[in-house]
Design a protein around this ligand. Structure first.
Ligand code: AGP
Length: 608
């Protein structure tokens, strides 16, 4: 979604900001803009479409400024036009604002400001901020921003500059992430650490309700009443290389190929094979509370929710705790019944998904213990949950989530062992699960080694307009994840179903032009799966079966077969998802689409 980058220092601000914006491209956007201060005057430039369009506008007219703010916009209010692109300026052109989030009362504010003579040039909610700050600005710039924000309802992450204050950037946050990057004789602000990773690893995460004045050598954080707030400098663990493509054509392929390493990274130091259990440092403080919980609710969106559904099966089977998985976006609009014996687990790669964050806040208000399974260290969900486990999957840049999913499954497995061993799970069972986890990286490598076979298959199926994915038990959520992967990057209509449910309606869709991807490993529900596949065969549907190595029977009933190595039933989704990811990836490539940045989507969805 929208991205913010701000810079203040001795480098060329335009180049530094463009570089930062490019690192945020993966988040999804449809226009971009920049505002700098030179000789006490704000100059802004904007362009619709890719950042190269903005770069072209700046080329030859680079003013070599030392301060500036910039933005990539993902349209919410108003089309992607230059007028609607950020930064937005005040009437006198002295103030420039970039904004992430949504100003809910912007209509009322806009009307009032218009009455006072302010002229609006865009259809956005964000533009009111520039005029509101102008209205309050006498000579104390930060004060004016504070006063303006007090009138605003909704969410914001903002960066503001004023031409007559060329030594400072004011930034503020409520519900939309912002991080300060601390350098030598230079400072940065960004909505995502990826933007500043190439310049500094020292960061300060801003909390909701905080506002900061940044100068070249200093930063000062307060609340909106300008009461000082102490802050902590953290070190980013990710390297710049990790956030680049590393020789692959796309981030998505790079991230798929990284999965063997991700399993190692997300289990490092956490497995205790001798005792048949795991050590999760982030949960140690709440271990006693976890012993007493009687129910778990998992909250997440999209791919993270599918990981949660696998977690539900695992935790119920091995830890014997009732688990429910909820759409985070629905949770707070119901009347969730929670108490201190309920643990709520939020799963989120970015740690910034607005719906998941809102759901976890609601759960907290109702007295539940809140836990996070989060990849981005220091993100809002990671900070706001009572305790949690980091995925350690490294930066995931492609919009389609791949390695984050496998690492979420690993963390859920580790939590299952922890909770199970606190209850009835035997040491032998714990040890068996750990031994199998340790074998996963090699098994994933084997699947990745056969990626050209999946590429051939993708070529064969790339032109079908529809796809159905089927699975049972642990592989039912996998069917949904496979379908999501395909639809989001190839724009092919695809649906994932519980195999047994298909004959209650969806089977009506099947004909020779509607292929079915059946996930049928040799597990406890294999025979049931085969019956469903036969039903499809009887209706002339094309069938791809994903099954366990050595299962030659599959070749007799399917048009095509993909094999994965054998593992424990509960761990099968970790292997099974890899061919599904590759299949979707290659189909998107064959269709000539923008694999890493599919249309209409954003990497982290920071609005409701
Ligand atoms: C997955 O490929 C998606 N792009 C999307 O469903 C994603 O998993 C979802 O938006 C949740 O994001 P989060 O993990 O950052 O909270």
């Amino acid at each position: 979604m929208c991205g913010i980058v701000g810079y203040l220092g001795e480098k060329n601000a335009e180049n530094t900001l463009l570089e930062g914006l490019k690192r945020l491209e993966y988040r999804g956007y449809d226009s971009a803009g920049i505002a700098i201060i030179k000789n006490g005057k704000v100059t802004s430039r904007k362009a619709v479409g890719k950042i190269v369009n903005l770069e072209k506008k700046i080329n030859g007219k680079n003013m070599d400024a030392g301060i500036g703010i910039s933005h990539t916009r993902w349209a919410t209010h108003g089309k992607p036009t230059e007028e609607n692109a950020h930064p937005h300026l005040s009437c006198d052109g002295n103030i420039a604002v970039v904004h992430n989030g949504i100003i809910e009362n912007y209509q009322a504010l806009r009307e009032e400001l218009k009455k006072k003579g302010h002229k609006f040039v865009s259809e956005t909610d964000s533009e009111v901020l520039a005029h509101l700050i102008e209205e309050f600005y006498k000579n104390d710039f930060k004060r004016a921003v504070c006063e303006a924000l007090k009138l605003v309802e909704g969410t914001y992450g903002i960066a503001v500059i004023a031409g007559d204050k060329p030594q400072e950037i004011i930034v503020a946050r409520k519900g939309s992430p912002l991080v300060l990057g601390i350098g030598e004789n230079e400072n940065f602000v960004a909505s995502d650490v990826a933007a500043i990773l190439g310049y500094t690893k020292q960061v300060v995460y801003l909390n909701d309700g905080e506002i900061a004045k940044i100068t070249k050598n200093n930063f000062e954080i307060t609340d909106l009443d300008e009461k000082k707030i102490d802050s902590e400098i953290s070190e980013i663990e990710w390297s710049l290389e990790e956030s680049q493509k590393g020789g692959h054509d796309h981030f998505m392929l790079k991230e798929i190929m990284e999965q063997p390493k991700v399993i190692v990274d997300s289990t490092r130091g956490r497995l205790m094979p001798d005792e048949g259990t795991v050590r999760l440092g982030g949960l140690e403080a709440v271990e006693e509370k976890l012993r007493k919980i009687e129910r778990i609710i998992i909250l997440a969106c999209g791919t993270a929710r599918y990981a949660g559904l696998v977690g539900e099966y695992m935790m119920e089977e091995y830890a014997e705790i009732p688990v429910e998985v909820e759409f985070a976006s629905e949770f707070r609009y119901r009347k969730p019944i929670l108490d201190e014996r309920t643990a709520v687990i939020a799963i989120s790669q970015s740690g910034e998904t607005a719906d998941t964050l809102a759901a976890i806040r609601e759960a907290k208000r109702k007295g539940a213990l809140t836990l996070g399974i989060v990849n981005v260290v220091g993100s809002t969900i990671a900070r706001e949950t009572d305790a949690g486990v980091y995925n350690h999957a490294g930066p995931e840049i492609a919009v389609a989530s791949t390695k984050a999913f496998t690492s979420q499954l690993i963390v859920l497995t580790l939590m299952t062992v922890l909770l199970g061993r606190q209850r009835k799970m035997s040491e032998v069972t714990g040890r068996r699960i750990i031994e199998e986890i340790e074998k996963l990286p090699k098994k994933i490598e084997k699947i990745l080694g056969a990626k050209d076979d999946i590429k051939k298959l993708a070529k064969k199926y790339a032109d079908y307009p529809n796809f159905m994915y089927l699975g049972r038990k642990y592989c039912f959520p996998l069917a949904e994840e496979g379908a999501l992967k395909l639809k989001e990057i190839s724009y092919i209509h695809s649906e994932g179903f519980a195999a047994g449910e298909m004959k209650h309606g969806s089977i009506a869709l099947i004909d020779e032009d509607f292929p079915v991807f059946a996930i049928a490993p040799k597990d406890s529900v294999y025979e049931k799966n085969i019956s469903n596949i036969e039903e499809i065969r009887a209706r002339m549907g094309k069938i791809i079966i994903l099954t366990t190595e050595g299962n030659k029977e599959a070749e007799k009933i399917a048009d095509d077969v993909i094999y994965i190595p054998k593992t424990l039933e509960m761990l099968t989704p970790i292997l099974g998802v890899v061919p599904l990811q590759l299949f979707a990836y290659y189909i998107s490539c064959f269709r000539g689409l923008d694999v890493d940045k599919p249309r209409n989507l954003a990497k982290s969805v920071t609005v409701e």
